[in-house]
Design a protein around this ligand. Structure first.
Ligand SMILES: [Zn+2]
Length: 103
């Protein structure tokens, strides 16, 4: 009886000493500019930095962004206009070469 009670107390002590899974998580690799020491916050899963040090990836894009107006100047719209302008320029050049007109 006395021995099993000692075993239980020993187990309880071990349980307190054991690290929880959340404490074993990979730590943030960022360095504090205030203290010069490592951040040590748990890093976001799959990344090397914590949520305070750039793991969230900035503002939403598209209509979800508060600065969205009409989409005229999105990267996709600008690229589409450039492709179209390239096509028109090439077509004009081809016509010029075909008909020999300088203009
Ligand atoms: Zn951090």
């Amino acid at each position: 009886m006395q021995k099993s009670r000692a075993n239980l107390m020993n187990l309880e002590r071990l349980r307190h000493q054991a690290k929880l899974i959340m404490h074993q998580a990979q730590r943030c690799s960022a360095t504090s500019k205030r203290t010069g020491k490592p951040c040590q916050a748990p890093s976001v899963r799959g990344l090397r930095v914590c949520r305070f040090h750039g793991a969230r990836g900035g503002a939403p894009t598209g209509p979800a962004n508060g600065a969205w107006r009409h989409g005229l100047h999105t990267n996709e719209a600008v690229a589409e206009r450039r492709r179209l302008n390239d096509l028109v320029r090439d077509a004009k050049m081809g016509l010029r070469q075909l008909f020999g007109r300088e203009q």
